[in-house]
Design a protein around this ligand. Structure first.
Ligand code: ATP
Ligand code: MG
Length: 359
């Protein structure tokens, strides 16, 4: 069974891409158009409560998502953007899913399906009855030792309980959930559709950082850490002995580029960034060692990508070219939002990646 509820048939003209993060919900509405899909509207709601009380996030990486409240937030945001459709495509956070990249000999799709159902039992750390499994072919590689061609297949499993929660939330919000996928897949679709090189994507959110390796629009490898934007704010708050809300403002305003008196900000944040970077390196090394392919460049996504100076810092630490995500390049958008696209881009990666799935 697949948790991509609807794979190919998208009957209506416009769709909502819905990204429910740990502290915010982002929604875009995309409509079919000749050429690129058209962005009709976008909106987001942020729960500021999380800055005051740590347990007040929309969901935590243990996924105790508050169904009723989340549905309420969704209703509010749908109203705010005056959405013209009820059909929604949503993402599951990286920490809710288990993915693994398997290499199999080249064979027919039917045989691959059969092989995968055997393989799944071996690789999935939970009882088979409690998870929903999906898989997709994401590439091919020639084995240097044997000279044999292999296909790379991404195996994904998600606890049924999580899928049930999402279905309930969307139903309660009066929306029709037509597809559900893990966020790394949406990210890969919108950030790497035209590159044949492996790209490392680091999505620094509020409570979690999702790390993905993708190519040709397809997710190949992923990892995750709970150190993220919120951790940076925390270190600033405790280091300067100021309130979290004030630390958040300082972080956003000054970033790593402050000089003189602000020098301390970067000194405070760099050790935390190094924690995130060491996790990124671990994922990268795992991928490169296991699959004998290398990563060529890095794209930063999530609100954390807007931290001033972060590109240079990551580039120095990783020794690779680093850029900020620009998912708006895959859609057509009204002129009025042109000036905001650069800053909104990293935060809307997942929502836009979901929205373009339909077209
Ligand atoms: N200009 C900025 N400079 C530094 N950090 C920023 C900036 N803008 C936003 N952030 C940080 O980005 C984070 C929010 O990012 P995002 O909206 O991607 O998170 P989320 O999707 O809700 O969370 P998650 O992905 O963890 O579920 C917050 O920690 C916020 O402080
Ligand atoms: Mg996010």
């Amino acid at each position: 069974m697949s948790f991509s509820l609807l794979r190919k048939i998208f009957p209506t003209n416009s769709y909502l891409g819905v990204d429910i993060g740990t502290t915010s919900i982002k929604v875009v509405e995309l409509a079919k158009k000749k050429g690129l899909p058209l962005l009709k509207s976008y909106g987001f709601l942020e729960s500021y409560g999380h800055l005051e009380r740590l347990n007040n996030a929309i969901q935590t990486s243990t996924l105790k998502m508050l169904e009723q409240e989340t549905a309420g937030l969704l209703v509010a945001i749908i109203k705010q953007i005056d959405a013209g459709t009820k059909s929604a495509i949503a993402s599951l956070p990286a920490f809710s899913a288990f993915t693994t990249l398997l290499e199999l000999p080249l064979m027919s799709e039917g045989d691959t399906a059969q092989a995968m159902s055997f393989q799944a039992k071996q690789y999935i750390p939970l009882p088979m009855a409690s998870v929903t499994i999906d898989w997709m072919k994401v590439g091919e590689r020639k084995d240097e030792e044997t000279g044999e061609m292999k296909q790379q297949v991404l195996l994904i499993s998600v606890p049924n309980e999580i899928i049930r929660k999402y279905k309930t939330i969307f139903k309660n919000a009066g929306l029709n959930l037509v597809a559900l996928e893990i966020e790394g897949i949406s990210t890969a679709r919108v950030l790497t559709p035209r590159t044949d090189k492996n790209i490392l994507i680091v999505d620094i959110g509020s409570r979690s950082t999702a790390i993905s390796i993708a190519r040709n629009g397809l997710l190949k490898f992923s990892g995750q850490t709970d150190f993220a934007g919120g951790s940076l704010t925390q270190t600033v708050a405790s280091g300067l002995n100021i309130r979290v809300r004030r630390a958040e403002d300082l972080k956003k305003k000054r970033g790593l580029t402050g000089v003189g008196g602000e020098y301390e900000l970067s000194t405070l944040m760099m050790p935390m960034l190094d924690v995130i970077i060491s996790e990124v390196k671990r994922v990268k090394n795992n991928f490169e060692n296991n699959y004998k392919e290398s990563v060529e460049s890095v794209i930063l996504a999530g609100g954390g990508a807007n931290l001033m100076g972060i590109e240079q810092y990551f580039s120095g630490q990783l020794g690779l070219p680093v850029s900020r995500a620009n998912p708006f390049s895959e859609v057509e958008y009204p002129n009025e939002i042109g000036p905001f696209v650069k800053e909104l881009g990293p935060e809307f990666v997942v929502a836009l990646g979901l929205g373009i799935k339909a077209f």
